[in-house]
Design a protein around this ligand. Structure first.
Ligand code: COA
Length: 203
Protein backbone atom coordinates (compact mmCIF):
# COMPACT_ATOMS: atom_id res chain seq x y z
CA UNK A 1 0.00 0.00 0.00
CA UNK A 2 1.23 3.55 -0.78
CA UNK A 3 1.86 6.33 1.70
CA UNK A 4 1.87 10.04 0.86
CA UNK A 5 5.54 10.56 1.88
CA UNK A 6 6.56 7.66 -0.38
CA UNK A 7 4.75 9.19 -3.34
CA UNK A 8 6.18 12.65 -2.58
CA UNK A 9 9.65 11.08 -2.51
CA UNK A 10 9.14 9.16 -5.74
CA UNK A 11 6.31 10.64 -7.85
CA UNK A 12 7.29 8.36 -10.74
CA UNK A 13 5.49 5.53 -8.95
CA UNK A 14 2.17 7.07 -9.93
CA UNK A 15 3.25 8.66 -13.22
CA UNK A 16 1.51 7.37 -16.34
CA UNK A 17 1.57 8.52 -19.93
CA UNK A 18 -1.85 8.97 -21.54
CA UNK A 19 -2.62 8.61 -25.21
CA UNK A 20 -2.35 11.78 -27.20
CA UNK A 21 -5.16 14.21 -26.53
CA UNK A 22 -5.86 16.87 -29.14
CA UNK A 23 -2.44 16.17 -30.67
CA UNK A 24 -0.55 16.61 -27.38
CA UNK A 25 1.07 13.98 -25.19
CA UNK A 26 -0.30 14.17 -21.69
CA UNK A 27 1.09 12.61 -18.54
CA UNK A 28 -0.74 11.86 -15.31
CA UNK A 29 1.51 12.45 -12.31
CA UNK A 30 1.50 13.65 -8.71
CA UNK A 31 1.81 17.39 -8.09
CA UNK A 32 5.38 18.19 -6.99
CA UNK A 33 7.15 20.98 -5.13
CA UNK A 34 8.48 22.24 -8.48
CA UNK A 35 4.95 22.99 -9.80
CA UNK A 36 3.80 26.35 -8.34
CA UNK A 37 4.20 28.36 -11.57
CA UNK A 38 2.64 25.70 -13.82
CA UNK A 39 -0.20 25.21 -11.38
CA UNK A 40 -0.76 28.97 -11.06
CA UNK A 41 -1.12 29.22 -14.86
CA UNK A 42 -3.68 26.41 -14.78
CA UNK A 43 -5.70 28.04 -11.99
CA UNK A 44 -5.52 31.50 -13.56
CA UNK A 45 -6.76 30.08 -16.86
CA UNK A 46 -9.96 28.57 -15.43
CA UNK A 47 -13.08 30.36 -16.69
CA UNK A 48 -15.61 31.87 -14.26
CA UNK A 49 -17.93 28.91 -15.00
CA UNK A 50 -15.23 26.33 -14.19
CA UNK A 51 -14.46 28.25 -10.97
CA UNK A 52 -18.14 28.11 -10.04
CA UNK A 53 -18.33 24.37 -10.69
CA UNK A 54 -15.02 23.54 -8.99
CA UNK A 55 -14.03 26.08 -6.38
CA UNK A 56 -10.51 26.65 -5.05
CA UNK A 57 -9.35 29.04 -2.32
CA UNK A 58 -7.74 31.21 -5.00
CA UNK A 59 -6.52 31.16 -8.59
CA UNK A 60 -3.09 32.73 -8.31
CA UNK A 61 0.53 31.92 -7.52
CA UNK A 62 -0.01 32.19 -3.75
CA UNK A 63 -2.72 29.52 -3.89
CA UNK A 64 -0.60 27.33 -6.14
CA UNK A 65 2.29 27.63 -3.68
CA UNK A 66 0.01 26.64 -0.80
CA UNK A 67 -1.17 23.55 -2.69
CA UNK A 68 2.44 22.58 -3.45
CA UNK A 69 3.53 23.25 0.15
CA UNK A 70 0.72 20.96 1.34
CA UNK A 71 2.20 17.92 -0.45
CA UNK A 72 2.35 14.98 1.99
CA UNK A 73 1.45 17.29 4.90
CA UNK A 74 -2.24 16.49 4.98
CA UNK A 75 -4.29 13.49 3.92
CA UNK A 76 -4.72 14.70 0.38
CA UNK A 77 -3.02 13.61 -2.82
CA UNK A 78 -3.10 15.97 -5.77
CA UNK A 79 -2.38 14.70 -9.25
CA UNK A 80 -2.04 16.73 -12.40
CA UNK A 81 -2.32 16.21 -16.13
CA UNK A 82 0.62 17.79 -17.90
CA UNK A 83 1.10 18.32 -21.62
CA UNK A 84 4.59 17.26 -22.60
CA UNK A 85 6.90 18.67 -23.72
CA UNK A 86 4.94 21.96 -23.51
CA UNK A 87 4.87 21.69 -19.72
CA UNK A 88 1.33 23.01 -19.38
CA UNK A 89 -0.86 21.67 -16.58
CA UNK A 90 -4.31 20.91 -18.01
CA UNK A 91 -5.96 19.11 -15.10
CA UNK A 92 -5.90 18.94 -11.31
CA UNK A 93 -7.27 15.79 -9.67
CA UNK A 94 -7.70 15.75 -5.93
CA UNK A 95 -7.93 12.57 -3.91
CA UNK A 96 -8.60 13.04 -0.23
CA UNK A 97 -7.73 10.02 1.87
CA UNK A 98 -9.84 11.07 4.83
CA UNK A 99 -13.50 11.98 5.26
CA UNK A 100 -15.21 15.16 6.40
CA UNK A 101 -17.56 14.65 9.37
CA UNK A 102 -20.38 16.30 7.38
CA UNK A 103 -19.95 13.66 4.67
CA UNK A 104 -20.17 10.89 7.23
CA UNK A 105 -23.42 12.32 8.63
CA UNK A 106 -25.04 12.91 5.23
CA UNK A 107 -24.18 9.44 3.95
CA UNK A 108 -25.34 7.83 7.20
CA UNK A 109 -28.70 9.58 6.78
CA UNK A 110 -28.84 8.06 3.29
CA UNK A 111 -28.16 4.62 4.77
CA UNK A 112 -24.47 4.37 3.86
CA UNK A 113 -21.84 3.93 6.55
CA UNK A 114 -18.59 5.56 5.40
CA UNK A 115 -15.30 4.25 6.78
CA UNK A 116 -11.53 4.56 6.49
CA UNK A 117 -11.62 2.65 3.20
CA UNK A 118 -13.60 5.48 1.56
CA UNK A 119 -11.83 8.36 -0.18
CA UNK A 120 -12.97 11.59 -1.78
CA UNK A 121 -12.36 12.68 -5.40
CA UNK A 122 -12.55 16.08 -7.07
CA UNK A 123 -11.51 16.62 -10.71
CA UNK A 124 -10.96 19.89 -12.58
CA UNK A 125 -9.86 20.05 -16.20
CA UNK A 126 -8.72 23.13 -18.11
CA UNK A 127 -11.61 24.59 -20.08
CA UNK A 128 -10.23 23.45 -23.44
CA UNK A 129 -9.87 19.88 -22.11
CA UNK A 130 -13.44 19.50 -20.86
CA UNK A 131 -16.01 17.40 -22.70
CA UNK A 132 -13.51 15.39 -24.74
CA UNK A 133 -13.45 12.15 -22.79
CA UNK A 134 -10.31 13.03 -20.83
CA UNK A 135 -12.03 12.69 -17.46
CA UNK A 136 -13.25 9.24 -18.48
CA UNK A 137 -9.76 8.27 -19.63
CA UNK A 138 -8.20 9.17 -16.29
CA UNK A 139 -10.84 7.65 -14.00
CA UNK A 140 -9.33 4.11 -14.11
CA UNK A 141 -5.98 5.66 -13.14
CA UNK A 142 -7.61 7.44 -10.22
CA UNK A 143 -9.31 4.20 -9.19
CA UNK A 144 -5.93 2.41 -9.23
CA UNK A 145 -4.33 5.15 -7.13
CA UNK A 146 -7.20 5.03 -4.65
CA UNK A 147 -6.93 1.25 -4.39
CA UNK A 148 -3.19 1.68 -3.86
CA UNK A 149 -4.05 3.74 -0.78
CA UNK A 150 -6.39 1.02 0.48
CA UNK A 151 -9.63 2.65 -0.70
CA UNK A 152 -12.62 0.59 -1.82
CA UNK A 153 -15.08 3.39 -2.56
CA UNK A 154 -14.84 7.02 -3.66
CA UNK A 155 -17.28 9.80 -2.89
CA UNK A 156 -17.19 13.32 -4.34
CA UNK A 157 -15.23 16.05 -2.54
CA UNK A 158 -17.96 18.50 -1.59
CA UNK A 159 -20.50 16.74 -3.82
CA UNK A 160 -21.39 17.96 -7.30
CA UNK A 161 -23.58 21.01 -7.97
CA UNK A 162 -27.04 19.84 -9.01
CA UNK A 163 -26.87 22.01 -12.15
CA UNK A 164 -23.48 20.60 -13.25
CA UNK A 165 -25.08 18.36 -15.88
CA UNK A 166 -21.84 17.41 -17.60
CA UNK A 167 -20.11 16.33 -14.39
CA UNK A 168 -23.16 14.36 -13.25
CA UNK A 169 -23.32 12.63 -16.65
CA UNK A 170 -19.56 11.97 -16.38
CA UNK A 171 -19.81 10.44 -12.90
CA UNK A 172 -22.85 8.33 -13.78
CA UNK A 173 -21.39 6.92 -16.96
CA UNK A 174 -18.27 5.96 -15.02
CA UNK A 175 -20.16 4.00 -12.38
CA UNK A 176 -20.94 6.57 -9.67
CA UNK A 177 -24.37 6.32 -8.10
CA UNK A 178 -26.33 9.26 -6.69
CA UNK A 179 -26.91 8.94 -2.96
CA UNK A 180 -28.86 12.07 -2.09
CA UNK A 181 -28.77 15.84 -2.25
CA UNK A 182 -27.95 18.60 0.21
CA UNK A 183 -27.91 22.40 0.36
CA UNK A 184 -24.46 23.95 0.82
CA UNK A 185 -23.69 26.91 3.09
CA UNK A 186 -24.73 29.24 0.24
CA UNK A 187 -28.03 27.37 -0.14
CA UNK A 188 -27.02 25.93 -3.49
CA UNK A 189 -28.06 22.31 -4.00
CA UNK A 190 -25.46 19.59 -4.56
CA UNK A 191 -25.58 15.83 -5.04
CA UNK A 192 -23.63 13.18 -3.17
CA UNK A 193 -22.39 10.33 -5.35
CA UNK A 194 -20.35 7.22 -4.64
CA UNK A 195 -18.28 4.80 -6.73
CA UNK A 196 -17.64 1.22 -5.57
CA UNK A 197 -14.11 0.35 -6.70
CA UNK A 198 -14.78 -3.37 -6.25
CA UNK A 199 -17.39 -3.36 -9.02
CA UNK A 200 -16.30 -3.77 -12.68
CA UNK A 201 -17.69 -0.33 -13.64
CA UNK A 202 -15.21 1.23 -11.22
CA UNK A 203 -12.18 -0.24 -13.02
C1 COA B 1 -16.34 17.20 -14.77
C2 COA B 1 -15.15 16.89 -15.66
C3 COA B 1 -13.96 16.43 -14.82
C4 COA B 1 -15.55 15.71 -16.58
O1 COA B 1 -14.49 15.36 -17.42
P1 COA B 1 -14.73 15.38 -19.01
O2 COA B 1 -13.49 14.93 -19.67
O3 COA B 1 -15.25 16.73 -19.40
O4 COA B 1 -15.89 14.30 -19.13
P2 COA B 1 -16.16 13.31 -20.35
O5 COA B 1 -15.93 14.04 -21.63
O6 COA B 1 -15.38 12.05 -20.11
O7 COA B 1 -17.71 12.97 -20.14
C5 COA B 1 -18.66 14.01 -20.13
C6 COA B 1 -20.03 13.45 -20.53
O8 COA B 1 -21.01 14.45 -20.32
C7 COA B 1 -21.66 14.73 -21.55
N1 COA B 1 -21.96 16.16 -21.53
C8 COA B 1 -21.22 17.20 -21.98
N2 COA B 1 -21.86 18.36 -21.75
C9 COA B 1 -23.03 18.03 -21.15
C10 COA B 1 -24.13 18.77 -20.68
N3 COA B 1 -24.15 20.10 -20.76
N4 COA B 1 -25.17 18.10 -20.12
C11 COA B 1 -25.17 16.76 -19.99
N5 COA B 1 -24.14 15.99 -20.44
C12 COA B 1 -23.09 16.63 -21.00
C13 COA B 1 -20.70 14.31 -22.61
O9 COA B 1 -21.38 14.07 -23.84
C14 COA B 1 -20.12 13.06 -21.99
O10 COA B 1 -21.01 11.98 -22.03
P3 COA B 1 -20.98 10.90 -23.24
O11 COA B 1 -19.59 10.34 -23.28
O12 COA B 1 -22.00 9.90 -22.85
O13 COA B 1 -21.30 11.62 -24.49
C15 COA B 1 -14.74 18.12 -16.53
O14 COA B 1 -15.77 18.41 -17.44
C16 COA B 1 -14.43 19.35 -15.70
O15 COA B 1 -13.32 19.52 -15.23
N6 COA B 1 -15.44 20.26 -15.57
C17 COA B 1 -15.26 21.54 -14.85
C18 COA B 1 -15.02 21.36 -13.36
C19 COA B 1 -16.03 20.44 -12.75
O16 COA B 1 -17.22 20.52 -13.00
N7 COA B 1 -15.52 19.54 -11.89
C20 COA B 1 -16.36 18.61 -11.15
C21 COA B 1 -16.74 19.23 -9.85
S1 COA B 1 -17.81 18.11 -8.94
Amino acid sequence: MFTLPEIAGDPSRLTRRLMRIDGSDVIFRPLTHADPELLASFLAGLSPESRRLSTFDGYDLATARELCDAIARYDKLRLVLEEVPAGRIVGLLELSLDLHPHDVVRFREAGIQLSATDGRFGPTLADDYQGKGVGTQILPLIADVARGFGKRRIILLGGVLADNARAIRYYRKNGFQAVGSFAGTNGVRSLDMILDLDLPSGQ
